[in-house]
Design a protein. Structure first.
Ligand code: HEC
Length: 177
């Protein structure tokens, strides 16, 4: 049974990666709110064109029961694909969704609610003091509204330090073939 569950989660992730998120899923976020992170002032609008970013990978976090899409702007996508260093201006976006059982196929899960949009942006100038020169921002969605993450970004930095050897990025480029 465990094996089956794993298989279905895997097939969801693969199908998510194969097709772009539908317009329907994103329609509420077409114009992003003017929101800033409390400590570094990164704005949600910094990634205003994220719907055109390319999929780098899809993850499933078992403790949070969330599907995550990892998208990159052109610079980040190309660097991830070519296993090259991320240049200044790289933007990596993570979108988290809760999941629920598909009503017509109970062992399959599908995305339910968008919970978070977060990003990392590389800037030697703006984030000269941060490890890897990455700036972090997280916007969480509660009751249909996005809010900046009030706890700031030190915890982001601390945890991403685990993957210092990979330029502080957990994601590996997920090949489509
Ligand atoms: C306790 C550990 C932890 C903390 C704290 C954390 N992250 Fe992450 N982050 C991860 C892990 C693990 C992944 C990869 C799995 C996933 O997609 O959830 C990840 C992935 C990401 C990615 C995609 C790029 C990558 O590194 O793979 C972004 C963007 C991101 N996090 C932003 C943030 C921001 C912004 C914060 C703070 C508000 C934050 N993270 C805090 C563990 C953490």
């Amino acid at each position: 049974m465990k094996k089956l569950k794993f298989f279905y989660i895997l097939s969801i992730l693969l199908s998510l990666n194969a097709c772009h998120p539908s317009h329907e899923q994103f329609k509420n976020d077409a114009s992003l709110a003017d929101l800033k992170m409390p400590n570094n002032h990164l704005n949600f609008k910094e990634i205003k064109d994220y719907q055109n970013y390319k999929m780098i990978a899809a993850h499933y976090r078992t403790d949070k029961n969330e599907i995550r899409y990892i998208l990159g702007n052109k610079k980040a996508f190309e660097a991830a694909k070519n296993k090259a260093p991320f240049p200044d201006g790289s933007k990596i976006v993570k979108i988290g969704w809760t999941v629920e059982k598909m009503p017509d196929f109970q062992t399959a899960l599908e995305a339910k609610q968008l919970k978070r949009i977060e990003y990392m942006i590389k800037s030697r100038k703006e984030f000269s003091k941060n490890p890897g020169n990455w700036g972090y921002a997280r916007f969480v969605k509660e009751n249909g509204q996005f809010e900046p993450w009030q706890k700031g970004t030190q915890s982001c930095i601390n945890c991403h330090n685990l993957v210092k050897k990979n330029d502080f990025i957990f994601t590996k480029f997920q090949t489509l073939q």
